[in-house]
Design a protein around this ligand. Structure first.
Ligand code: ZN
Length: 323
């Protein structure tokens, strides 16, 4: 199995010496994971191993923010290999998205690669729909020069939470949530608004209740039965519309909007975003965006760069309307 391993490369922690961190991680990998070979790229370690316990070991190695079991292929074979994998991953699924990240010289942009791969899937599995807001599966492709890595799972490493929160991040006095599988859009929106919100994609009452009591989270659910269980900290959401749902939530729990908290969490994985110096993400955002914006944040788990663009403005005005 091949693993694509991420470690902080563009974070702003001065005490973390990048190269030392990479050397330390590699030393632990060599000592703990048998029969492995590895190579590196900035921010990435690629590990090839037959060790069946590798995933568990990687999840416990300090310095690793996340990793993904991946399939490697050459750029020439990308379409064929991707389609084969996608058919397996998307069996019995309805909504999907393809995300491509690219470094090196190519004739297509990341978006063009993603569109091409997505349309291949749609041709083969016409019942599927592209949906980035609430997908059943996201399939990721990292293209590095002539090498491609395809994966659909991002496993958080042990140091995901060790990454310091940005200084403006409020203390844990804000309500924290866990949303059931009917409330994916609401969960994402709450994260964008800065609220710590888990979305385990399950309606298993036992799991929701356990995490809620262990972590002091309010369960958000559309299941009347769950909301009524005695002693469970749950709130029944009545509406199926996002705007109405937010209204319900603001009304009953008095969630306040705070501009400084907006976009402080990753919408995809709930990790607190890190402020990142503009120069460090120059190659990671479109040139026009780089020109217009000065403040960028970064999710170390998804390796995604955020800025307060038009979607941010739209969200603010939407929320103002609700208020
Ligand atoms: Zn993330």
């Amino acid at each position: 199995m091949l693993y694509l391993i991420r470690y902080p490369d563009i974070g702003s922690e001065p005490h973390l010496k990048k190269s030392k961190l990479k050397t330390d991680i590699l030393a632990v990998i060599d000592s703990k994971i048998s029969g492995s070979t590895h190579w590196t790229d900035p921010g990435r370690i690629f590990l090839e191993t037959d060790d069946p316990g590798a995933e568990q070991l990687l999840a416990g190695i300090h310095g690793i923010t996340s990793f993904s079991p991946a399939k490697k292929c050459g750029l020439n074979d990308l379409e064929k290999v991707f389609l084969n994998l996608a058919i397996g991953i998307l069996k019995n699924k309805k909504r999907f998205g393809v995300k491509v990240k690219r470094t090196g010289e190519h004739t297509l942009s990341s978006q063009e690669f993603a569109a091409r791969l997505g349309s291949l899937v749609l041709k083969k599995l016409p019942g599927l729909k592209v949906d980035f807001k609430d997908p059943d599966e996201l399939i990721f492709v990292e293209i590095r020069g002539q090498d491609c890595f395809i994966f659909n799972r991002i496993v958080a490493g042990i140091d995901r939470s060790a990454i310091p929160h940005p200084p403006s991040f409020p203390p844990q006095t804000e309500p924290r949530f866990i949303a059931d599988d009917m409330l994916g859009k609401l969960a994402r929106r709450l994260r964008m608004m800065g609220f710590d919100t888990l979305y385990p994609k399950t309606s298993a009452d036992s799991l929701l209740v356990r995490i809620s009591s262990q972590e002091g989270r309010i369960i958000l659910t559309r299941d009347n039965g769950l909301a009524k269980i005695r002693g469970v900290n749950a709130m029944l959401i009545h509406s199926i519309r996002l705007g109405e749902q937010l209204k319900e939530l603001m009304g009953s729990r008095k969630i306040k909007l705070a501009a400084d908290r907006m976009f402080s969490r990753c919408a995809v994985c709930n990790t607190a975003l890190i402020k990142v110096e503009k120069e460090k993400i120059k190659d990671r955002v479109p040139p026009l965006i780089y020109k217009i914006f000065d403040n960028f944040t970064y999710c170390p788990v998804c390796d995604k760069v955020y800025w307060k663009g038009t979607h941010y403005e739209r969200m603010l005005s939407e929320l103002e309307e609700i208020m």
